[in-house]
Design a protein around this ligand. Structure first.
Ligand code: GEK
Length: 246
């Protein structure tokens, strides 16, 4: 199996009894591409358009940040889109297992853009001279009380006109709407071959680990930070990608 291929995700296929809280460990790394593409509706679309947004926004001699890079899907989409601009992609993740495999995947890729891998917490790293910051499905894992400070740091690290992409699972109000969009997501997962047991055990495992917020909360917080504009550019069921411009 090559580094870019992934095993089928069957981590929740058998009854687990007490379901452990979800962590980004080696078992998840081994199935990650299969897991995320069968769990997140629109994942491939969001990754490829991340590259297109990078092509529009990344300026010569600046930095791009991929926060929560996992195996580098967004990093590579950006890297391929901005070749020849003398820009650097800084790819950050706090899972050592993810970064180890990410490094192998990047090493076997043809992208010539400079990529710096950082093993660290995105709440602690320095962000500066950025024309693009991407958080594809990462903010939802950051403790709620750290989210405003992280977004303020990103805002200050972006150059004027710079772009932030945030992709997230959303929650909805009222609860009836939340239930509908969540059921549509579970129908999507069933269509991708996940069983009811897998869907319910995964849901239990990410409870309190992945904490979604409403679209309104995201937009208001971005505007409070000072972003000139912020809007969803993609949504499928309860998954959304937003773009915010400084
Ligand atoms: C993709 N963006 O393929 N600091 C650093 N990394 C973190 C933190 C943190 N505080 N919290 C979580 N992570 C990728 C997918 S996955 C999304 C991103 C998912 C990392 C975590 O280790 C994991 O690799 C990633 O964020 C989230 O487009 O699995 O749903």
């Amino acid at each position: 199996m090559s580094d870019s291929e992934s095993k089928r995700d069957n981590l929740f296929a058998n009854p687990l009894g007490a379901v452990p809280s979800f962590v980004f460990d080696q078992a998840v790394v081994d199935v990650f591409p299969d897991m995320i593409s069968r769990s997140v509706p629109g994942y491939e679309t969001i990754i490829s358009h991340t590259g297109e947004l990078a092509a529009r926004f990344v300026q010569p001699d600046t930095n791009c940040y991929d926060l929560g890079c996992s195996l580098g899907a967004s990093t590579l989409a950006i890297g391929h889109s901005i070749e020849g601009r003398n820009a650097t992609v800084v790819a950050v993740d706090n899972s050592a297992a993810m970064l180890e495999k990410c490094e192998l995947i990047l090493a076997s890729d043809s992208a010539t853009t400079a990529i710096e891998l950082v093993n660290g917490d995105i709440c602690d790293i320095d962000i500066h001279n950025a024309s693009l910051v991407v958080m594809n499905f990462t903010l939802q894992f950051v403790p709620m009380e750290k989210r405003p400070g992280l977004l303020e740091k990103i805002y200050h690290g972006l150059n004027p006109g710079g772009c932030l992409i945030i992709s997230e699972k959303l929650s909805f109000e009222p609860e009836s709407l939340n239930k509908l969009l969540s059921e549509l997501h579970h129908d999507f997962k069933r269509g991708q071959g996940y069983s009811d047991l897998e869907i319910s055990q995964k849901r239990d495992s990410i409870e309190n680990v992945l904490v979604p917020e409403t679209l309104d909360t995201h937009i208001r917080r971005l505007r409070t930070c000072g972003f000139q504009s912020a809007s969803p550019w993609f949504q499928c069921f309860n998954f959304c990608s937003l773009v915010a411009i400084k």
